[in-house]
Write a protein that binds this ligand. Structure first.
Ligand SMILES: [Zn+2]
Ligand SMILES: [Zn+2]
Length: 213
């Protein structure tokens, strides 16, 4: 089994050109930008093509409603999983190159740059942990023993599950959230598409009950 099955899809999505966000909080031409993302998904994952087609059929009418639903739920909503995935990668195009390395980041999961939530983290060569925003890739340091969602600091409630070498899933037993993490002392240089491919896989394994401490 290839543990980084979606890596190539995530790399192709990164290659899509940036879209100009304009001057406000709006996302101009959102449905067009979403359709381009959907085309890449259908090309890279042919087995999803039928589901992608359904979304495409509704996109010109509903894209902005879907976007509002996604933003209201902080990207953690009840919409179709594939739709949420496509919206996330469309939003990333608007925030491309606007990510920052923040000196004083919060000890929470909310990005001070774009307001989205973090989705992954990494541990640097010196053993410090950094959170990475799901949408703009801004990053900032957060303590190793801390759940950025609920603030849990008790190590016995913060467990992790090893995955491929250098990749692991931190899981907070207090709130149930999971933080996929690369340890660069083992994984080498930070590779976000690879980490996010591992993240999807690790989260799936956790949710299906296939992992043990
Ligand atoms: Zn951000
Ligand atoms: Zn928690």
């Amino acid at each position: 089994m290839n543990h980084f099955e979606l890596e190539s899809l995530l790399r192709r999505l990164e290659e899509l050109p940036a879209v100009n966000r304009g001057d406000g909080s709006e996302y101009p031409d959102f449905s067009e930008s979403l359709l381009e993302v959907l085309e890449v998904i259908a090309r890279e994952q042919p087995e999803w093509a039928a589901r992608v087609q359904l979304i495409k059929d509704g996109a010109s009418k509903s894209a902005n409603t879907w976007l509002d639903g996604y933003l209201d739920a902080d990207g953690n909503g009840e919409q179709d999983e594939l739709l949420d995935f496509a919206i996330k990668h469309t939003l990333r195009r608007y925030w491309k190159s606007q990510g920052q390395k923040l000196q004083d980041g919060p000890e929470t999961a909310e990005c001070p740059n774009c307001g989205a939530q973090i989705d992954v983290a990494y541990i640097d060569q010196d053993g410090f942990r950094h959170a990475v925003c799901a949408i703009c890739d801004s990053e900032w340091g957060i303590p190793r023993i801390l759940c950025p969602w609920c603030g849990e600091k008790d190590a016995k409630n913060l467990v992790y599950y090893p995955y491929e070498q250098g990749y692991r899933l931190y899981h907070c037993k207090s709130c149930g959230r999971a933080l996929p993490t690369a340890d660069l002392r083992e994984a080498g240089k930070l590779d976000l598409p690879k980490l996010r491919a591992a993240a999807i896989e690790m989260t799936f394994l956790l949710e299906s009950g296939a992992v043990e401490e």
